[in-house]
Design a protein around this ligand. Structure first.
Ligand code: ASP
Ligand code: MG
Length: 463
């Protein structure tokens, strides 16, 4: 059995939706469980409708016309069951939002759910028309209920519930289930979402619950690249990557996978494949448990922008214990999550990607330390099986020095899957281009132009 998840970028028009149906057909012997996002752009359109409703007038015509004409173009003559009910529900939610503005956020989950629910009905109808028996399910009918605000990913109750609901409908001769990604019901029964691009997570949880052989993410790209092709023309395709590398990539800026979606598959050792709907025969990228030792080197370079740095120094703490505990208590209280960290005996530098509560943070830290907060920074991460750290760092610093890019902080974990450093945000593109050039394109040691390398490097650990 496999899980096949199709993202919105694979569902933008009748042409690529037909490709999706063909791909499912070709894999029918592997007993696919299909997870689907809303048609490309629909979630954004629904969010826009919410704004229009708040402003007093929301019109569903455009979004309805788009879906109806795709049904027409696909030759689906019988409207899927419940199709009209969903449009009525959309109208009624928008009306409630415009009359109950203060409850708009509570109704947002229900509003956004319509996109995935329409898409699942549409695809199941198409598969049935093509002679492939298929049934659409809303996520809450297959166990995605009682979801708390902070979804605990290894929650065995959730996985058991999904298993209990799905194992009956995924027996060998059952129709293919087409399940809505992204949406769920909370403990109070209200509809919620798993966060933008959350269908990846739905697919991974279903894969983990059913212990499938493979989880496939079908997108509009061939998989993971050595760098963002929009920044680096010569970016190369990465065929194989470990779970650890993939999760570092997802957390440190690659948009290819929802960061939380890796864990359920990883915990259960289920390989993930990223494939291109427009070129299904190409290899894509496979994420696996362990990589052979002979695959060292940097797999990819990513960037995370708009990062804030917090530099904390406390001379009172020389020889004392508890400094970091005191610092982290404050971060926990303010719900600030730390990405990178570099420490010494009396000081610590941290990076944050959410810049909320900074005045309170400064206030509390200044009770026992000197604090400097810098915004407009970016994290560049080199992800891979970094077995020759020293020589890689040498190449990195020589390259950056030659390009006059200053490194403000550096962090490398013992796990050696990630070397990250912080630069000014304005240097990101040059930095990635130069590093890609040196690490992938030149494939030979770079010569230093001058020895003036300026970093605030200290003993580092990776947060
Ligand atoms: N449709 C949702 C979004 O656009 C969920 C997803 O695509 O996975 O974020
Ligand atoms: Mg998406």
């Amino acid at each position: 059995m496999i899980v096949m998840k199709f993202g919105g970028s694979s569902l933008t028009n009748s042409g690529n939706i037909k490709n999706v149906a063909e791909i499912i057909e070709e894999n029918r012997d592997r007993h696919p469980v299909v997870v689907i996002s809303a048609l490309g752009g629909t979630t954004d359109d629904l969010l826009q409708l919410k704004e229009h409703a708040l402003a007093g007038h929301a019109d569903i015509c455009m979004i309805r016309e788009r879906h109806d004409s795709i049904l027409d173009e696909l030759g689906i003559v019988t409207q899927p069951e419940g199709w009209n009910d969903l449009w009525d529900e959309l109208n009624s939610v928008l009306l409630r939002i415009s009359f109950n503005m203060d409850r708009a956020d509570m109704l947002e989950g229900q509003l956004l759910s319509i996109g995935e629910r329409l898409a699942a009905k549409l695809l199941a109808a198409l598969l049935n028309d093509r002679g492939l028996p298929s049934v659409s399910y809303d996520a809450w009918d297959v166990g995605f209920i009682e979801i708390s605000d902070k979804l605990v990913l290894n929650n065995p109750d959730l996985l058991n519930r999904i298993y209990n609901c799905l194992h009956k409908v995924t027996a060998a001769e059952s129709p293919i289930p087409v399940i809505t990604g992204y949406i769920a019901r909370k403990c109070d029964g209200k509809i919620t979402t798993l966060g933008r691009n959350g269908s990846d997570l739905t697919a991974s949880l279903i894969g983990a619950a059913l212990k499938v052989n493979e989880i496939q993410y079908w997108k509009d790209v061939d998989g993971i690249m050595t760098a963002d092709p929009k920044k680096v023309n010569s970016a190369k395709h990465v065929p194989l990557i470990s779970f650890q590398e993939a999760s570092e990539l997802a957390f440190f800026g690659s948009k290819i996978l929802h960061p939380s979606s890796i864990k359920p598959a990883w915990d259960n050792g289920i390989p993930i494949s990223i494939k291109n709907t427009a070129a299904p025969d190409r290899h894509g990228t496979t994420i696996v448990l362990g990589l052979p030792d002979e695959s060292p080197g940097i797999k990819a370079i990513t960037s995370k922008r708009n990062v804030t740095l917090v530099d904390i120094t406390s001379l009172d703490m020389v020889g004392q214990y508890g400094f970091l505990a005191r610092v982290f208590e404050i971060f926990r209280d303010l719900k600030l999550s730390v990405d990178l960290m570099a420490t010494s005996e009396v000081s610590v530098s941290l990076s944050l990607d959410e810049a909320h509560s900074l005045p309170q943070l400064k206030d509390r830290l200044e009770k026992f330390s000197r604090v400097n907060i810098l915004s407009g920074k970016a994290i560049i991460s080199l992800i891979g099986h970094v077995s020759q750290t020293t020589s890689i760092l040498q190449q990195v610093f020589v390259t950056l020095n030659n390009s006059h890019i200053e490194v403000i902080m550096i962090s490398q974990g013992m796990s050696r899957a990630n070397i990250s450093f912080v630069v000014d945000d304005e240097n990101v593109t040059t930095c990635i281009q130069q590093l890609h050039n040196c690490l992938y394109d030149l494939q030979q040691p770079v010569a230093m132009k001058s020895s003036n390398i300026n970093t605030q490097n200290r003993d580092t650990i990776h947060a």
